[in-house]
Every structure is written in C-alpha cells, then in structure tokens.
Write a protein that binds this ligand. Structure first.
Ligand code: NAD
Length: 256
C-alpha cells in the first residue's frame, strides 16, 4: 500500500493524469492534482477522489509552462514521495512551418517542467528516505512520426533525463522511470472519433481499428486505468530495482 505517501501528478484534471491520480489514491497515496486552471470543477475532482478513496486530495493550480510555477507546485505540495510528470501538449506541423511559440510551449510543458519539479522534489524524497519519479513519455519518446518534431524531441528528451536522474539516485531508495503509452483512450481522443468517422465515412469500430490505431498492432486503445496501474506498479516494492528505463504500454507499437 502507498499509505502515508504523497503523489504529485502534474496535468491531472483530465485524461491520463487524472487516471493516474485515481489509481494512486486507490492504492492509498494522498494526491495533489494540478493544471493551469483554477475552476470549481478542478477542486471538485480532488474532493471526489478524497470522498471515494479516503485519502487526502487537493488541487493546486500551477502553469507548468513557467519555471517558477513548476517549482512552486512542489513547494506547495509540501511533501512529494511520488512525482508523476504527466502534463503535456501537442502541435502538428511540418518543421519548416512549425510555429516558434508552439515549439517553445511544447518543450517548456512536456520537458522543462519535469526538470523543475524533479529538482525540487528530489531533496524531499531524500529527506523522506524513499522516492519515485514516474515520467509520462510516449511511444514518441522511442520512435518518431512526421510533423511532430517538438513533441518527439521533448519526449525523447524526457526519456534521456529519466535515465540521468536514475543514475544520480542509483544508490538511494529512489527510482526514476518513464512510461511510454501508445494511443490511450482519453476524453480528447474520444472526442476525435465522430469527426474521423465522418471524414472516412466509416463506423466507429472500423475507424478506430483501421485509421486511429493503424500503428498500434493490438488495435485496442490503452486505458487511463492501465496507465495508472503501471504507475502504481513502479511505486511497489517489486519495482525497487527497476530504474532508468522505459515501460511501453502501447499494444506492440514499438515492436513493429
Ligand atoms: P490531456 O490533454 O487530457 O491531459 C494533459 C494534461 O496536462 C491536462 O490535465 C492539462 O490541463 C495539462 N496541462 C496542459 N498544459 C498545462 C500547463 N501549462 N500547466 C499545467 N498543466 C497543463 O491529454 P492526455 O492524453 O491525458 O496526456 C497526458 C500525457 O500523456 C501527456 O504528456 C501526453 O503527451 C502523454 N501521452 C498521451 C497519449 C494519448 O494517446 N492520449 C499517448 C502518449 C503519451
């Protein structure tokens, strides 16, 4: 059980981050949720997790495109035994037309934020005598696709940083690993299904299997619960010697 541990999950008011926060709470960890908004519904998510699982949960607003806010998020958490760097955005364009502001935002949110949070969280983990860094990379941390230069660069970058953090903590009870999801069924992906069905004139199952999951040999989406379960596993005793590596949850994408 993760009772007594605090998990800070960045970018966790939707999708994979929220799924991970739920699974951490179900495993007994107190959770700190985060995104850049400060709406009633963000705080309600924390209340709902606390009410259903009995852990302490709260929501802390921080815009992770800004270095100071990344660092402040961990300070405000007060404790960070488990750091899940999950916040991420995407933009698709050929490199010679890639908007500079989009490139900068993707590198800031998908890569730099993990540097800042890790830098502040590691001393807290050392103080507590235990720690887990779980970075949410992507199949695009290991392979590339055209028109995703910033995303692929950031995700390869976070895989490299994960290995470095693992080496710097190798002789301590701290591990650092990256999870590399393939295509995950999040609300954002779900919302693309009707348009894609329309565009290709296909039914739901056909468009999912032949268009959306073309690169995922299982022809099934991964789920946010499966990503949460993988993150919880990395926090277990069984995973204490797993460090500096990647775990793909991609239905065979990177085996192709
Ligand atoms: P999502 O859009 O549902 O979640 C992204 C989260 O990051 C949201 O909570 C969002 O509010 C937050 N965020 C965005 N900008 C932020 C900022 N400036 N400051 C703080 N928070 C910010 O998408 P998701 O699919 O759940 O993605 C989560 C992570 O998983 C990302 O790093 C993404 O690259 C990665 N990933 C997703 C898939 C997939 O198929 N969905 C596949 C591989 C990797």
């Amino acid at each position: 059980s993760l009772k007594g541990k605090t998990a800070v999950v960045t970018g966790s008011n939707s999708g994979i981050g929220l799924g991970i926060a739920w699974e951490m709470a179900r495993a007994g960890a107190d959770v700190v949720l985060n995104s850049f908004t400060d709406r009633q519904e963000d705080h309600d998510l924390a209340r709902q997790i606390a009410a259903e699982t009995g852990v302490a949960a709260r929501y802390v607003k921080a815009d992770l495109s800004k270095a100071a806010e990344c660092r402040d998020l961990i300070q405000q958490a007060g404790r960070c035994d488990i750091l899940v760097n999950n916040a991420g955005i995407q933009h698709v364009a050929p490199i010679d037309e890639f908007p500079v502001d989009k490139w900068d935002a993707i590198i800031a949110i998908n890569l730099n934020s993990a540097f800042h949070t890790t830098a502040v969280a590691l001393p807290m983990m050392r103080e507590a005598g235990w720690g887990r860094v779980v970075n949410i990379a992507s199949a695009h941390g290991l392979t590339a696709s055209p028109y995703k230069s910033a995303y692929v660069a950031a995700k390869h970058g976070i895989v490299g940083m994960t290995k470095t953090v693992a080496l710097e903590t190798a002789q301590e009870p701290i591990t650092a690993n990256a999870i590399c999801p393939g295509y995950v069924l999040t609300p954002l992906v779900e919302a693309q299904i009707p348009d894609t069905m329309e565009k290709y004139g296909m039914g739901r199952e056909e468009v999912i299997k032949t268009v959306m999951l073309e690169r995922q040999p299982s022809r099934e989406f991964a789920t946010v619960e499966q990503l949460g379960g993988t993150a919880v596993f990395l926090c277990s005793d069984a995973a204490a010697q797993i460090t500096g590596t990647t775990i793909s949850v991609d239905g065979g994408w990177t085996a192709l």
